[in-house]
Design a protein around this ligand. Structure first.
Ligand code: IMP
Ligand code: MG
Length: 206
């Protein structure tokens, strides 16, 4: 099948899509698809419905944590049927490695003041939780009217800080994943699903 990639087993996780030939090579680095594009969209639809219900009549500001959250933010926002403002913040807790450093730096701050706003922080993944914990503390100091979190993924059992995540998509095993905004060495963010990488993919980048 020219121009198509089928990601193998288990059978019910197969994702097939039309991709240009050069993309096909890069998607062969995916070992398993953990969450399909359809599952992600279904979950975002549900989260969007809950958020729509909870924030009716309030002053909702979505704050995305760059870069990982940009894909999810775009899809989630279109399932929220309310007037919504957007802002973004960029933080870094990872270099090209796959383990958290515990050091969080603000690379780009919010454009707007959040005092008195109903802020919903949108995060791609909560791994150790250190990034989220730092960002929440920082935002809380700016006195928003409310501050909640929507995270697409949470890795089970490895959070190093207690976190209250009001809107959660999926719990996944504590493995490194890519796709749907998540990168390895800045690649794979544009995959519409979430998957793990083959060991050789980690060697490719040195
Ligand atoms: P934490 O501070 O350990 O919770 O890590 C949070 C940040 O690290 C996320 O916002 C991601 O940018 C990145 N990260 C954590 N786990 C993964 C992963 O499995 N794949 C890609 N990026 C990850
Ligand atoms: Mg991130």
């Amino acid at each position: 099948m020219e121009g198509r990639v089928a990601l193998s087993e288990p059978q019910d996780l197969i994702v097939a899509m039309d991709v240009p030939a050069d993309t096909a090579e890069y998607e062969r680095n995916i070992e398993h698809v953990l969450i399909t594009a359809e599952e992600i969209q279904g979950t975002l639809r549900n989260l969007g419905a809950q958020i729509t219900h909870d924030y009716e009549g309030r002053d909702l500001l979505l704050v995305g944590v760059l870069k990982g959250a940009f894909v999810m933010m775009a899809d989630l926002a279109r399932h929220i049927h309310l007037p919504v403002d957007f802002d973004f913040m960029a933080v870094a807790s990872y270099g090209v490695a796959t383990r958290t450093s515990g050091v969080v730096r603000i690379l780009k701050d919010l454009d707007h003041d959040i005092e008195g706003r109903d802020v919903l922080l949108v995060e791609d993944i909560v791994d150790s939780g250190l990034t989220l914990n730092y960002v929440l503390k920082n935002l809380r100091g700016r006195r928003p009217a409310s501050l909640e979190v929507c995270a697409l993924l949470q890795k089970s059992g490895i959070q190093r800080v207690a976190l209250d995540i009001r809107y959660k998509g999926f719990e996944i095993p504590p493995e490194f994943v890519v796709g749907y905004g998540l990168d390895f060495a800045e690649k794979y963010r544009n995959l519409p699903y979430i998957g793990t990488l083959k060991p050789e993919a980690y060697r490719d980048i040195s």
